[in-house]
Design a protein around this ligand. Structure first.
Ligand code: FES
Length: 277
């Protein structure tokens, strides 16, 4: 294999434990990327394919950036790569871009990898003239990241921690309650783990706030062919890779999503243990 095959890693850093920032040379992706889209990465030729939301990109300079959470074998392989190394495959941009409209006040909530993923949406929504409030959650203050970047693209940044070590005690859910009690929210967008998105979506339904979520089912081909990413939205089957990943949160069948994720997670654990054997 030629030394220049693959996509060069321009920058790589573990920003908080288990969360890795990557800046990757990928001019074709950078040229066409839009807010809400993702890429599928393969660390090596033989790696599993895994999807990651684009955090930032620069068409002129030809790079994209991503935040990769270490949660399984494929993300661990990626996390082991360093600046100056290469990622075997970067496919994208994939998925439907988010429709960027002027709604009024938009609240974006991010947890885990979603703290990175809300950044391009916040920037685009603010450029479109919205009042943009961002909230990010973590279990403790040392797990928060991207604050300075978010501050630049939001009218207000509200931090929340489960242990109360910074900002509001609690998470995106608690901040949604606080902000809704104080002012009208015309659009709420949540990105993070399935459990968080489910909880905040239930609350926003009771508050009557239109809600978008970026779903994170397992993906394989990312082109609508394999069916791995199917989800039910308003009782209709959709493919997160081509119809999403952003959907109306109030239409999501969360039980189905959780069970499909755990069924695949078990297979991944099996694959991992075979490798260890
Ligand atoms: Fe295969 Fe979406 S990832 S259909």
């Amino acid at each position: 294999e030629a030394a220049d095959e693959g996509f060069a890693i321009l920058e790589k850093q573990e920003i908080v434990p288990n969360m890795h920032f990557f800046k990757v040379d990928a001019p074709q992706v950078a040229k066409f990327a839009q807010p809400g889209q993702f890429v599928i990465l393969m660390a090596r030729e033989t790696s599993e394919r895994s999807p990651f939301t684009l955090v930032d990109w620069n068409a002129e300079e030809g790079w994209i950036s991503l935040v990769i959470e270490e949660v399984g074998r494929s993300s661990r392989e990626l996390a082991s790569l360093q600046s100056g190394g290469r990622i075997a495959h970067v496919s994208g941009p994939l998925g439907m871009p988010m429709a960027i409209e002027k709604k009024g006040t938009v609240l974006l909530g991010g947890g885990c990898y979603g703290i990175g993923a809300i950044y391009p949406l916040a920037r685009a929504l603010r450029q479109a003239g919205n009042r943009v409030i961002c909230t990010i959650e973590a279990s403790s203050s040392y797990l928060l990241y991207q604050q300075a970047e978010l501050q630049q693209v939001c009218d207000e940044l509200i931090v929340a921690t489960k242990d109360g070590s910074a900002g509001v005690r609690g998470g995106v859910q608690e901040v949604l309650s606080l902000v809704a009690a104080r002012e009208p929210i015309h659009q709420f967008i949540a990105i993070g783990c399935t459990f968080m998105m489910r909880m905040v979506t239930e609350l926003s339904r009771t508050l009557n706030i239109p809600t978008l979520v970026a779903l994170n089912p397992i993906m394989v081909d990312g082109t609508g062919m394999c069916g791995a990413c199917r989800v039910s939205i308003d009782k209709t089957t959709r493919f997160a890779c081509i119809d999403g990943p952003i959907f109306d949160g109030h239409g999501v069948d969360w039980d189905e999503l959780a069970s499909r994720r755990s069924a695949y997670a078990r297979q991944e654990v099996e694959a991992l243990s075979q490798q260890v054997d």
